[in-house]
Write a protein that binds this ligand. Structure first.
Ligand code: EPZ
Length: 420
């Protein structure tokens, strides 16, 4: 089993380039199925979740190859199965995008129900509501979602919850539905826009992505294309937080500053110096880092995926901060581990914590419970005095590409070791 060993207290300095967005890639790869033709996807991150979805599509009959620069060529024409169940599928939440893609292309699909996870129940009732509105018969049986449709017809769908996954999944099926589909109360995240742009590159007609009303004129014939995935806003944000946490001076290249506005505003409020350029952001220290209040919201609010690493940064801010997690019901699994490192954190209720800034965090053995908790513990290890050992790093491998290499290039003393 691999673990990270960090010798903390070193300032991060230098430049790092951001990889492609995990949460865009995990939707765009299955979306290739909709055209039935070969697509070339560029700037995909080399992370475990992308490897898993690639393996799932290959097992279904797609022909997938890599070009020398790492781009992924997918030919979905050989897909011969519409039932994807089993451990690999149920272990990766984003496999639910196969529902929209297979239903859109073949009018039938059987997908293993995605499980809940450390951060919450994570139901898919809004996905199912959307597919039914488009004319699909949906049955949940034996741990799978079974969907069939004679034909898909456009519909007006109002999401009861602003859901990234449901917005994207319904978009995938709607491009194959005759007539217009309207998704109201839609998610506006950058990766929702990226998926819409990819669908339009294949010949679809999706308008309004990035606003809370998306209109899809479905039934058009789709074709293959070449598409580059946007940079990962959560990876960029994680490096911005790590730079501030170590009072370092880091330039984050290949990001889209407008995607980072909520975090940038919070860091500026803390007294961190943040400078934006066209496709890069520089983070530098600037005196005392003040405590602030953070409340996670859907985009363009403060991203829930940055709440956990931000919590680590606030552990050494000057004063008392509050963090409210409004998106997921159990996204504080990292607090006990931070407390082991000397953090003073009080759980006010299931969604709000109080963080009293301390002068030092101290290295300790800690265990990761979910992807972004892993990011939080890496940030804390970089801040802490002494050695931190971080176990269960497989969670981190799911969403961060070559994380230890990138951190080492910025001067971090981090090693990836193995223990029986
Ligand atoms: C996506 O998850 C991301 N995952 C998550 O990133 C991210 O935290 C989340 O969006 C919010 O931005 C991927 O894109 C693969 P939601 P998703 O549907 O789509 C409730 C990471 O760290 N809900 O927007 O599952 C749900 O329980 C991961 O990269 C319903 O009630 O999130 C949650 O409370 C973690 N019914 C809220 O909506 C539904 O049908 C937002 O969930 C769907 C969701």
């Amino acid at each position: 089993m691999a673990y990270y060993r960090i010798n903390g207290g070193k300032r991060l300095e230098g430049a790092v380039t951001i990889s492609g967005a995990k949460n865009a890639a995990l939707a765009i790869i299955p979306a290739v199925i909709l055209s039935g033709e070969s697509c070339l996807l560029e700037n995909l991150p080399e992370i475990e979740d992308v490897r898993i979805v690639e393996e799932i599509l290959t097992s279904m009959g797609a022909d997938i190859s890599r070009t020398p620069d790492g781009s992924m060529r997918i030919d979905p024409s050989g897909i011969s199965t519409f039932s994807v169940t089993g451990e690999m599928v149920s272990s990766m939440r984003a496999s639910y995008y196969l529902l929209g893609a297979l239903l859109g292309r073949y009018k039938k699909a059987e997908i293993a129900l995605p499980g809940g996870c450390a951060i919450g129940q994570r139901p898919i009732d809004q996905h199912i509501k959307g597919m039914r509105a488009l004319g699909a018969d949906i049955v949940i049986q034996g741990g799978s979602v079974k969907a069939r449709a004679d034909r898909l017809r456009g519909a007006e769908i109002y999401l009861d919850v602003v859901s990234v996954g449901a917005t994207i999944n319904i978009m995938l099926a709607a491009v194959a539905a005759e007539g217009q589909t309207i998704i109201a109360n839609a998610a506006k995240e950058p990766h929702v826009v990226d998926v819409a742009n990819f669908l339009n590159m294949m010949g679809a007609n999706v308008k309004g992505a990035g606003t809370d009303v998306i209109r899809i004129q479905g039934g058009r014939r789709l074709h293959g294309c070449t598409y580059a995935v946007i940079p990962d806003q959560i990876e960029a944000g994680t490096f911005m937080i790590a730079a501030a946490a170590t009072r370092g001076d880091v330039v984050i290249h290949g990001c889209i500053p407008t995607h980072m506005e909520a975090l940038t505003a919070k860091l500026l409020e803390m007294g961190v110096r943040v400078t934006e350029n066209d496709d890069s952001i520089r983070v530098r220290p600037q005196g005392v880092q003040r405590a602030v209040n953070v409340k996670t919201q859907v985009y363009p609010g403060f991203p829930t995926d940055l709440q956990q690493p931000m919590t680590s940064l606030l552990c050494m801010a000057n004063g008392v901060s509050t963090v409210s997690e409004t998106i997921f019901e159990r996204r504080f699994m990292h607090l006990d581990e931070l407390r082991r490192m000397g953090a003073h954190i009080k759980l006010m209720d299931h969604s709000t914590i109080l963080i009293e800034g301390v002068r030092e965090l101290y290295g300790a053995p800690v265990t990761v419970t979910d992807l972004r908790a892993g990011a939080a513990l890496i940030v804390a290890g970089l801040m802490a005095k002494g050695v931190t050992e971080i176990y269960e790093t497989s969670y981190i491998d799911r969403g961060y590409e070559h994380l230890e290499d990138k951190l080492r290039s910025l001067g971090a003393k981090i090693e990836r070791l193995t223990v029986d």
